[in-house]
Design a protein around this ligand. Sequence first.
Ligand SMILES: [Zn+2]
Length: 258
Amino acid sequence: MRAGGLPILTYHAFDATGGVTATDPAWFAETLSTLTSAGFQAVDLASWIAQGRPPVERGFALTIDDGLRSIVEVADVVARYRATATVFLVTDRVGSDNGWPGQPAHVPRGPLLSWSELESLGSLGFRFAAHGRTHLPLDRCDDGQLDEELRGSRDAIEQRLGRPCPLFAYPYGRSNPRIRQAARRHFAAAFGTRLDTANSEQDLHQISRIDAFYLRSRRVLDRLATGRLQGWLRLRRTLREGRGAMTHPFSWRFELSA
Ligand SMILES: [Zn+2]
């Protein structure tokens, strides 16, 4: 592993359906057990950013996109390991569901947590960050819509939950220089889906993450727990970029589900 690279893991739904965006709660518990047994500690993402992204010898961070209600399936696990998990919220949809326009057909529809449920999760180690107002792909927004999605989701979280909201995750992981410039105006840091550990050399508004889909096997989890993930990530990136997002059906579907 690259010295000091922080694995930021990205989750969506928690159930045992085996879907591309779902993680079995039992496997999530096993993941935290394996990592903590290996001496890893869960890092609070906002603090890590505020501290200037220092190298972390044995750390990882948990992120959960969209704010689905199935998060409650793992709330006790997060609390038990005294971990911090950052949940990226789609603020106009809080308390509703994830059936936003553009949601791929293969992603199961599910309810999203309400503001009061989010508030009660705060005491169990969950932190909240922005993921847009409506989950629009930002590269399809004009400047006014872009500002509304970024600033609007930040303001909603700060007003409803009464805490600063310095972090953003791009819907579908999609950003470009115009989007990142706008994100810089409203957030201390923003996250994409480039498959890599995170470090202080990366653009603060295009920080890499590792989708939990890749951590479903014991073999890959053990690589992470023993500091041998970096070479494997490089290989996966090469395969992903080589085949092209639009030419491989699974890759294309997966990219859109992020
Ligand atoms: Zn999302």
